[in-house]
Ligand binder design. Structure first.
Ligand code: NI
Length: 131
């Protein structure tokens, strides 16, 4: 964890990998992670935790499988959205996006259950910013 102020813009400039979150700080037992994304992630579910998203740039879409059916929310820059625990979801960003996530340390990007993970998706609990 960094003990100096951190500019998110500089943090985003420090890496290029897509769908591969960097941990910018921790709050109690939670990671604050940022990620650059483009294209589609993978359908997955976090059984025991909600997942918070803040869109920093571009437009993020999150498809959700809910009891009433499937829908996709569109999140422009500045939008926040929380995926409830136990809800299957698949983020995507056809034109690219940058986002910040807030979730318990150790949360796997592809959740507890998921479809086959494509090569472009990093199944990780988050990387430190320096690597
Ligand atoms: Ni998720």
């Amino acid at each position: 964890m960094n003990d100096e102020p951190l500019l998110l813009s500089a943090a985003l400039d420090s890496f290029d990998a897509l769908w591969s979150p960097r941990i910018v700080t921790r709050v109690n037992d939670y990671d604050v992670r940022i990620a650059k994304v483009e294209g589609e992630h993978v359908w997955h579910v976090h059984e025991n935790t909600d997942e918070f998203f803040l869109v920093l740039d571009g437009e993020l879409r999150i498809s959700l499988r809910e009891p009433g059916g499937e829908r996709t929310v569109r999140l422009p820059r500045g939008a926040v959205f929380t995926v409830p625990r136990g809800t299957e979801h698949k983020p995507s960003a056809p034109s690219g996006a940058a986002m910040l996530m807030f979730e318990p340390t150790g949360t796997l990007t592809v959740g507890d259950r998921h479809d086959e993970v494509p090569d472009h998706v990093d199944a990780t609990t988050g990387h430190s910013l320096s690597t």
